[in-house]
Design a protein around this ligand. Structure first.
Ligand code: MSP
Length: 479
């Protein structure tokens, strides 16, 4: 048995989860479930990012002490993940002792480490720059559009303080080499090119501590400062599995897959491997970056009023359909636009009239014409083994189309041969067709398990029962 360690980003607690966060988490769950079913020992990690100025301010605004605030908001995430049937194995919170201990240890080790050029990795210096609180990062003039952060539409503030710095500039050649050799695969390929581009532009040293942010992990060797929230956050991938000494760490590291959206590529594609290299820790095997979506052509925002709440989708479509509609809304890996108006159409077309109807039609024939028994053992006319291959490469979109094609194929086949008439005129031959379709339905049911776990179990259970019945619609019609 091999291990498979997969992570999502840990989500900021300054705001409540929206379908963007659900999107990444469902994608990770699909991949985790795939490997688990294949028999691998999966460790699926998610969690919340709880320190830093952004969260301290949000807590203040809510009139709560930061710890109380994060305790409350973190539960909103974990309970949403339960509602979405997310099969995570651990939920790390950066305000937990186990995490803070690892962060301190990591920083202490960095303090004693040397760069490839035999200089100290960390040094102290005065710094002044433009800081975007939304990004929790310093910005260059060139990152801004008319002086405004394009991602957060806010004006960065000028920050001047004494900080500890990470000598990232010494890691240029090492990072280039490691990425060139695919020591850490960056997928899709365009994202790898982007990272190579970042390195080519030249890597600037960055501050790993903050002088004026109280809400964070204290720097163990300079307790006036707290650890920069991104450095703190990235270490979650290690702290959750007991770095540096626990057997769990030794078994699970390096991570097999860090999954995330494109907004945080630089942190995972440059800073994280540099931090790990500085301490001689193996790099994660792969990072996969998916695209960002807008809603009806606009960035989701409270001001525009187009924020889609996952709970609303759950209420309207139910659990499995919500997972399915979200993950198949646009091609995984690319940017996309979500039109909530198309969800109803897709629910009806693909799920209710496609899959649900296929199951009803076939099982109805088994129930009515073959006494509830699959007449003969006939292999499936289509194999869906490629679904797994696609999932292994995070090609979630292709995996879904393969399944959808099989559903369309089966429904069209039934129509073409007029199976409901054939059962009356040529029962034996129709029995072979019906049996083949049952085998295909089983394939479809199994292939759907990572995407829609309960529906998948329902399909297989109905096919396995001693006396097969048509049963209730898989996807009831919605108003
Ligand atoms: N806390 C950091 C991550 C630290 S990881 C060591 C953070 N948190 S976040 O709450 O802002 O979550 C960002 C992630 O949410 C994105 O990388 C992406 O996975 C997901 N998404 C948020 N909005 C999204 C869209 N509109 N579209 C697609 N994914 C989205 O960054």
């Amino acid at each position: 048995m091999k291990k498979y360690y997969i992570t999502t980003p840990i989500y900021y607690l300054n705001s409540l989860p929206h379908i963007g966060h659900a999107y990444t988490t469902i994608a990770a769950d699909i991949i985790a479930r795939y490997w688990r079913r294949k028999g691998e020992e999966v460790f699926f990690l998610t969690g919340t990012d709880e320190h830093g100025i952004k969260i301290a301010k949000a807590a203040q605004k809510a009139g709560l002490d930061p710890k109380k605030f994060v305790d409350k908001n973190s539960r909103v995430y974990s309970s949403l993940w339960k509602k979405l049937d997310i099969s995570y194995d651990d939920f790390i919170r950066t305000s937990e002792k186990r995490h803070e201990k690892a962060v301190e240890e990591f920083l202490n080790r960095l303090k004693n480490a040397e760069t490839p050029k035999k200089r100290t990795v960390l040094y102290e210096a005065e710094y002044s720059g433009l800081y975007c609180e939304g990004c929790e990062a310093y910005k260059n003039e060139t990152d801004l559009v008319d002086g405004i952060c394009p991602d957060h539409k806010t004006k960065p503030t000028i920050l001047k303080e004494n900080n500890w710095f990470f000598r990232l500039s010494d890691y240029d050649p090492v990072l280039k080499k490691q990425i060139g050799l695919n020591r850490m695969q960056i997928l899709p390929e365009v994202r790898q090119k982007e990272v190579v581009g970042f390195i080519k532009q030249g890597l600037a040293d960055f501050a790993i501590s903050r002088a004026n942010v109280g809400w964070g992990v204290r720097l163990p060797f300079d307790r006036k400062q707290t650890v920069y929230v991104w450095v703190d956050a990235l270490i979650n991938y290690l702290s959750a599995i007991g770095w540096p000494d626990e057997t769990k760490f030794k078994k699970l590291w390096p991570a097999d897959l860090h999954l995330m959206g494109k907004d945080i590529l630089k942190f995972h594609g440059v800073i994280w491997p540099a931090m790990l290299t500085a301490l001689n820790i193996d790099l994660p095997k792969r990072i996969f970056i998916h695209g960002f979506f807008t809603v009806g052509g606009e960035k989701m925002s409270k001001t525009i009023g187009n924020v889609i709440k996952t709970e609303e989708l759950l209420k309207r479509y139910g659990l499995d359909a919500t997972r399915y509609l979200l993950i198949s809304a646009f091609p995984f890996g690319q940017d996309g636009d979500i039109f909530i108006e198309t969800f109803d159409k897709k629910y009806k077309g693909v799920l209710a009239d496609g899959l649900g109807n296929l199951l009803s039609r076939v099982l109805n024939l088994v129930e009515k014409s073959y006494d509830g028994k699959i007449p003969v053992a006939v292999p499936s006319p289509r194999k869906l083994t490629s679904v797994g291959k696609y999932l292994e490469e995070q090609k979630i979109g292709q995996a879904i189309s393969t399944i959808e094609d099989a559903i369309v194929f089966a429904n069209q086949y039934i129509d073409r041969v007029k199976l409901w008439q054939m059962v009356k005129t040529n029962k034996d031959e129709a029995g072979i067709v019906v049996s083949g379709l049952c085998s295909l339905l089983r394939e479809i049911g199994l292939a759907l398990e990572p995407f829609t776990p309960s529906t998948s179990a329902e399909i297989v259970n109905r096919l396995d029962s001693d006396k097969i019945k048509k049963g209730k619609p898989l996807f009831p019609s919605i108003k």
